[in-house]
Design a protein around this ligand. Structure first.
Ligand code: F6R
Length: 614
């Protein structure tokens, strides 16, 4: 959830670290800080509560000079987001400084021991324990790097940590325990970098060494040594990462999220590009399995969290329909703890735009241990999910800056459909003619998404004004659109802070209908498909209770106007493509409500783009 960036080399560290933190701010943005070691050997620290701009202001007013430094952008776990709780944290002698991503589960126990030994703490964070602990081992006579390694062995939980010592101006030590987000070393021209995530490194280098859990690196301006936390040397390779061509600029839009919603037709083309084969009925999708292994699969489980878990719910339905394999979608956090029955005939598909979500990574490990086959659907090449899975389907959505996922959701669903065709063709459950028709339809999806973006004119702005005072919304849908109802509710909650629930329209009458009143708008996803009549009954039930309905239906459905209070249109689309097309109006409705309410749409309160803690 937090972002770590460090530099050691021949240039001034502060501007590089500030830029690095700015590009990592999506990981956490409630406070930030930097520490730089001056040429005279003094550690200077600047911190600020709130967004990164506050740190920039503090560091500009009172700059730190030096060629070695670390920085952190925080998503608070222990202790409110304040200046004193912001990282970096120092030990009592002021010579060891640490930035930390993760939750120190035994911090109470360690802190009590350190207090008994005379240590005094200034924050209420778990992190502050770490520099004090390292200092104890340094005081016992261990070298700095060795003290860090021994201290690392005492930390329970999952962590990514970087630390410096004022007496070691040519050394930065970083390590990982478990899955609390990654840390990668970037091999630059004028020095070495470390960062939690690749986009922060690509302006400086494409040559990186990602650390694996249980590894520690000692970095100097010219070299790096990697070892396990047991002290065994590791031959850690450099890998070359692709520079993401999509520029992180708003391109004239008021918010990144709006830009990212509007560019969905284009990014949909990217996930399809090169995969829609000219062979009739085939998709070009490399999977790490033989045809026989695909035929032998008897179960597919999609795992993911949040928006990705909604994509999973669609993926499972599509796989069952096309490939005729029993498929389900599960929340990774529950999957990892519930002792699931899986084996080598189970395919586990881990869906994570960031590729760093702690619960999903742990669930992948759980699946591996049970012998399941794994692939990931991710937007982040080189991420941990990418490296852990046997194979990956990259969704090529470009960098998503808005914290609330939009384009990565739609591209994940498209990737799942390609996977479904690929499995279905190998298993012989989809005829060449049907597959060809489906592939042809997918090739028109970018155009349909473009229509969906334009078809409603300024209705969203009008509806935002009409419903801005509502404190609760319900979203209902059936079949492939039930997950879209859930996703619509999640988007609205995240960025407008209005309470919303999404559910199967059929579920409404089993309890939630008690919430329906004049003040609770119901968004009904009701395109002209095989469940349309069912949706009409549910809509009638809402209106009979004085509820207001915003209906989303197919263009050309003229009867709808009399049946609902407000109409939003989507272009007619084949059934399997409806989820992507119907996502657009729920995204835009959430966006315009949040914008009208004056919220920070791109960095909503309390959230972070990569959730690397449990
Ligand atoms: C919602 C959102 C989150 C993420 C979730 C999983 O807009 O972005 O719910 O979907 O934290 O993230 P990934 O896909 O990176 O595993």
């Amino acid at each position: 959830m937090c972002g770590i960036f460090g530099y050691l080399g021949y240039q001034e560290a502060q501007p590089l670290i500030i830029d690095g933190l700015t590009s990592l701010a999506y990981r956490g943005y409630d406070s930030a800080g930097i520490a730089v070691l001056s040429r005279g050997g003094a550690l200077g620290v600047r911190k600020a509560a709130g967004k990164i701009d506050n740190l920039i202001e503090a560091a500009t007013k009172s700059p730190l000079s030096g060629r070695l430094g670390i920085g952190h952008t925080r998503w608070a776990t222990h202790g409110e987001p304040s200046e004193v709780n912001a990282h970096p944290h120092l030990d009592g002698t002021g010579s060891i400084v640490v930035v930390h991503n993760g939750i120190l589960e035994n911090y109470g126990e360690l802190k009590a021991r350190l207090i008994a030994n005379g240590h005094v703490f200034s924050s209420v964070t778990d992190t502050e324990v770490i520099p004090h602990l390292i200092q104890e081992f340094v005081a016992e006579g261990l070298s700095f790097a060795e003290a860090v390694r021994i201290a690392a062995g005492q930390l329970r939980g999952a962590h990514a940590i970087a630390c410096l010592h004022a007496d070691h101006p040519e050394e930065m030590v970083t390590f990982r325990v478990g899955n609390a987000g990654g840390v990668a070393i970037g091999h630059g021209q004028g020095g070495m970098f470390i960062a939690s995530d690749m986009p922060a490194l690509t302006p400086h280098t494409t040559s990186v060494t990602p650390l694996e859990p249980g590894e520690l690196a000692i970095i100097t301006p010219e070299r790096y040594d990697v070892m396990t936390l047991d002290g065994k040397s590791v031959d850690a390779n450099r890998v070359t990462i692709a520079v993401n061509a999509t520029s992180a600029a708003k391109g004239g839009y008021k918010h990144f999220m709006l830009k990212e919603v509007m560019e969905q037709p284009e990014v949909a083309m990217s996930v399809l590009r090169g995969r829609l084969s000219f062979e009739p009925g085939e998709v070009a999708l490399d999977l790490p399995f033989t045809d026989q292994e695909i035929k032998d699969l008897n179960r597919v489980i999609f795992i993911g969290m949040g928006t990705s878990s909604h994509a999973c719910q669609i993926g499972a339905q599509v796989i069952e329909r096309l490939a005729r394999i029993a498929a389900s979608a599960e929340n990774s956090a529950e999957f990892r703890y519930r002792d699931p029955v899986v084996d080598k005939h189970t395919l586990v598909v881990a869906v994570a735009q960031s590729g760093e979500t702690a619960d999903t990574l742990e669930a992948m490990d759980r699946a591996h241990r049970s012998g399941a086959r794994t692939i990931t659907i991710t937007n982040t090449e080189g991420s941990q999910a990418y490296r852990r899975a046997e194979g990956a389907i990259l969704i090529h959505a470009g960098q998503e800056v808005g914290v609330a996922s939009s384009k990565t959701f739609v591209n994940s669903i498209i990737a799942m459909q390609l996977l479904a065709i690929r499995l279905a063709r190998t298993r012989g459950t989809l005829s060449t003619a049907a597959a060809t028709e489906y592939i042809e339809a997918l090739s028109h999806l970018p155009a349909l998404l473009g229509e969906a973006l334009n078809i409603n004119g300024n209705s969203f702005q009008r509806l935002a004004v009409k419903y801005a005072r509502s404190r609760r919304f319900l979203f209902i849908g059936r079949g492939l659109l039930e997950p879209i109802a859930r996703e619509g509710a999640l988007k609205l909650k995240e960025i407008s802070y209005i309470h919303a629930e999404g559910m199967s329209a059929a579920e409404l009458k089993h309890g939630p209908i008690a919430l329906v009143d004049r003040e609770t708008p119901v968004i009904a996803l009701a395109p002209l498909n095989d469940l349309y009549e069912k949706m009409l009954s549910n809509i009638a039930q809402v209106r009979a209770r004085d509820g207001q309905v915003i209906g989303i239906t197919s263009v050309g459905n003229h009867e709808f106007t009399g049946l609902v209070d407000d109409v939003l249109l989507i272009p007619e689309a084949p059934l399997l493509l409806e989820p992507m097309v119907a996502t657009i109006p729920v995204q835009l409705l959430a966006y315009h409500l949040a914008d009208l309410l004056g919220n920070d749409v791109d960095q909503p309160r309390n959230l972070a783009k990569s959730v690397v803690v449990e």
